[in-house]
Design a protein around this ligand. Sequence first.
Ligand SMILES: Cc1cc2nc3c(=O)[nH]c(=O)nc-3n(C[C@H](O)[C@H](O)[C@H](O)COP(=O)(O)OP(=O)(O)OC[C@H]3O[C@@H](n4cnc5c(N)ncnc54)[C@H](O)[C@@H]3O)c2cc1C
Length: 500
Amino acid sequence: MVQIVWFKRDLRLKDHEPLIAALNNNHDIIPLYILEPDLWRMPDLSFRHYRLLCEGLTELNQACERAGQSLVIRVGAAINILNDLCQTYDVRALFSYEETWNDWTYQRDIKVRAWSHLKGIQFHEFKRNGVVRGGGSRKAWSQQWLQSAERAISQRTVCFNSIESLSSDILPTPQQLGLEHDGLLDRQSGCRKDGLGLLDSWLKGRGSDYVSTMSSPVTAYTTCSRLSTHLSFGTLSIREVFQQVTQFKQQLKCMPIQSRPIDLRSVNAFLGRLRWHCHFIQKLEDEPSLEFKNLHPLYDRVRQSEFNQSYFDAWANGMTGYPMIDAAMRALIETGWINFRMRAMLVSFSSYHLWLDWRQPALHLARLFTDYEPGIHYSQIQMQSGTTGMNTLRIYNPVKQAIDQDPEGVFIRSWIPELRDMPDAYIHSPHLSPSKMNGYPMPIVDEVRARKHAAQTLYSLRRSVEHSQLSKPIVRRHGSRKKLRSVSKKKPHPDQGALF
Ligand SMILES: Cc1cc2nc3c(=O)[nH]c(=O)nc-3n(C[C@H](O)[C@H](O)[C@H](O)COP(=O)(O)OP(=O)(O)OC[C@H]3O[C@@H](n4cnc5c(N)ncnc54)[C@H](O)[C@@H]3O)c2cc1C
């Protein structure tokens, strides 16, 4: 008799509840990863995601080998792979996490559940990062999430019996999956050990100015934790990060303030963000249509019929003529990461100044973010595009952001070589010195006019009776801001981007 532990976006052996539950049953275990080519052909996935996955799998395989049985990697549709294994082995149960990811994985899980029912194979699914499937109580969510984050992590040693004749398929090359190189030159590692190293270095000093420096891309690459890619692929769990940081916080409290490597404010801000991570994934779990549809239906009337492909191309390639927008996009293309404020600004510019419907920009950014996490991504995209109908409209002025976040043009010059020799006086508005542009484009829209047009159109829509009527059920269903804020009893940080 064997059991299958099916790894998805939980590429680790530590703090893995499905694995521990399977080990408790004392049957042999097949540790399985299914590489699903159809998933990798979806428009939100990319070459860079695949490279990270392959790294995570290599390391997971090594950990499984040390525990007695290599990771079994199979390539194909989940149900075909599971059927194949059932033909060779007496499979009694399947263990996995519930996955709140994109619509494709959601539909696949429904099929696998139906398959297990038909086959009479027990399918044990576990909550991932405190996200509740099937609409739990919104009132009690924060409390339940905290309980889940604080629950003791099993210290059981993972030990597999080796199963004869189990083999793995060879992973396809990115090209075989239709994934072309996408400009990434300097990405983070996908290995768990590097994720643990990031956490350690952040706590021991890198995060010391976290709150005051997270908004500027000049500092954020160093002072933000950079753990998002690991949390997204599950090489680290939210719980283990939460517990390690909470323990460290207790130690900090015993140290004299001047010898603390990081202040309590930064630690608290970070812990709060771990909860937001799960809060937004819960949103997508509760409202899967967020991936495709405006949360507020009245926004179906704006931006729809006029997608300007040349604006989109300029934005997507860092050629808008606005240096902060272009530097942020080019940095993202090369590194796979950019900080929250710049992400929000990029979306704000495409949705308001360029008046582009959010769906294509969202896919473009999803492919570029190595930490792509649909729950956070689509919630943020809709908030920054103003289509929730609930959150304050925040239209970022890209010139003001450049002056505030990169006053000396350090970030701009490092990502836009055309502007390297631009005098300081013009670095935020280079078009005012056209002779020194070196091929850098003129602004594709007039910033002030475009911002005013967006604000006027959207505020007049928001003032309409129809808007407020259609908002009521949305606020009833999603308007949890007050309650969530009252948990922290603090004014939200501007880079919280508000919760809904
Ligand atoms: C348009 C847009 C799209 C985004 N898409 C993603 C995405 O696909 N994946 C993703 O992980 N984050 C996304 N974010 C949120 C945020 O920008 C990143 O989580 C953060 O920049 C990751 O860097 P870090 O790990 O250094 O974060 P830190 O600042 O060190 O924060 C620690 C962790 O808290 C969580 N976190 C931080 N900020 C937020 C936030 N505002 N909302 C929810 N969780 C947060 C992340 O898991 C992060 O790893 C998006 C933000 C915007 C505005």
